[in-house]
Design a protein around this ligand. Structure first.
Ligand code: NAP
Length: 334
């Protein structure tokens, strides 16, 4: 399957938010896509993108359009909040656009693919054609965690899972949480998040069991850390688990996508790693770091997984899905 020869025009819905801002920077010099239109709420409409976000680069002079405007781009990358996503993603698919979405609005709809390319790219290929439809990426924890789990699922089979998260403040968006609540503090709750993580992991992997999940908001800027406790078929040794993780490479169609890192998982041996401040930027934020792998007396193995919530967990995940959809469309056409 060949790579697109002409750059496809794309628009960002929610371009002025934290995820939208990352999408703008990931699209600079993108080999397949060209950012042509940016959309946000009525409050930002008519303003210059470069006056609203950091690092807009060559897209700084784009004028922000209001949601619902007629758009020319065939591919829309959506970083809208839930309610706006519910309304406008449906509107744009009715107009024939492909919408790749970060929002939770359609993730539980069985007719909408929920895709992590390294795990279940077939859920997108089975549902071609990909114009006039929505493709979603999972929640910011699941997008990274699924990458760390897929080699273990493939090699051994995962039969049980408990996840405890420490999630960065940027996960709550630009106008997320108040400074008083978040400084030098931990909030052991995020509305609906634990349920979402369990449900979406189950859907992406097709498990019959529901993982147990607890979540915490911590005073970290970027990077979600998850501690996982796993039951694996065959009770493999810790060294074998580490080797399977370190050897993981994306399968061929995914490895050809521009946003796919050649080595998506890094296994870290120092006992105090990974750490958000030091390690979240691995492979431009698309890499996932795994550390502290050890045998567990109640489960088979436990370890920590760190991924960048705004890149692997959101903007980069959405872009990877858009690349996969365009690659598949091109394969269908040629
Ligand atoms: P954010 O910083 O709050 O940005 C929201 C964006 O949507 C802004 O561009 C905002 O425009 C626009 N918007 C808000 N209300 C709107 C409306 N009624 N109509 C049209 N546009 C509207 O949020 P975010 O953190 O970037 O998250 C965006 C989406 O990605 C959410 O669905 C979130 O759940 C999901 N997500 C976020 C993360 C993360 O780590 N932050 C990870 C995974 C998924 P204005 O600037 O004009 O208000």
């Amino acid at each position: 399957m060949s790579a697109p020869t002409e750059r496809t025009g794309v628009a960002i819905l929610g371009a002025t938010g934290l995820v939208g801002e990352r999408l703008v920077s990931l699209l600079q010099d993108h080999p397949w896509f060209r950012l042509e239109e940016v959309v946000a709420s009525d409050a930002s409409a008519g303003l210059r993108l470069g006056d609203l976000i950091e690092g807009a680069g060559p897209s700084a002079d784009l004028e922000v359009q209001s949601c619902g405007s007629e758009l020319e781009s065939s591919v829309l990358l959506s970083a809208l909040p839930g309610e706006a996503a519910l309304e406008f993603e449906a509107l744009y698919t009715r107009r024939g656009h492909l919408v790749c979405s970060n929002a939770a609005a359609y993730r539980d709809d069985p007719s909408v693919p929920l895709v992590v390319p390294e795990v279940n790219s077939e859920s997108l290929s089975e549902s071609a054609p990909s114009v006039g439809r929505i493709v979603t990426n999972p929640n910011c924890v699941v997008s990274g965690l699924a990458v760390a789990l897929v080699p273990l699922q493939a090699r051994f089979g995962i039969t049980g899972l408990t996840v405890v998260t420490l999630q960065a403040l940027s996960g709550a968006g630009r106008r997320g949480l108040g400074a008083w609540d978040t400084q030098a503090n931990v909030i052991p709750h995020i509305d609906g998040e634990a349920e979402k993580i369990g449900r979406e992991l189950r859907r992406v992997f097709g498990w019959t069991f529901l993982p147990s999940v607890r979540v915490n908001r911590v005073p970290v800027i970027e990077g979600h850390l998850a501690t996982v406790f796993l039951k694996l078929d065959g009770q493999p040794a810790v060294d074998e688990v580490a080797e399977v993780l370190a050897d993981f490479r994306p399968p061929p169609p995914i490895a050809d996508l521009p946003s796919s890192p050649p080595r998506p998982i890094r296994v870290m041996h120092p006992p105090d790693r990974p750490q958000p401040r030091l390690d979240a930027g691995l492979s431009g934020g698309m890499g996932v770091s795994v550390g502290g792998i050890r045998a567990d007396s109640a489960y088979d193995v436990s370890f920590s997984v760190l991924s960048h919530n705004l890149v692997r967990g959101a903007a980069g995940a959405c872009l990877l899905n858009a690349e996969l959809a365009v690659q598949l469309q091109r394969g269908v056409r040629s």
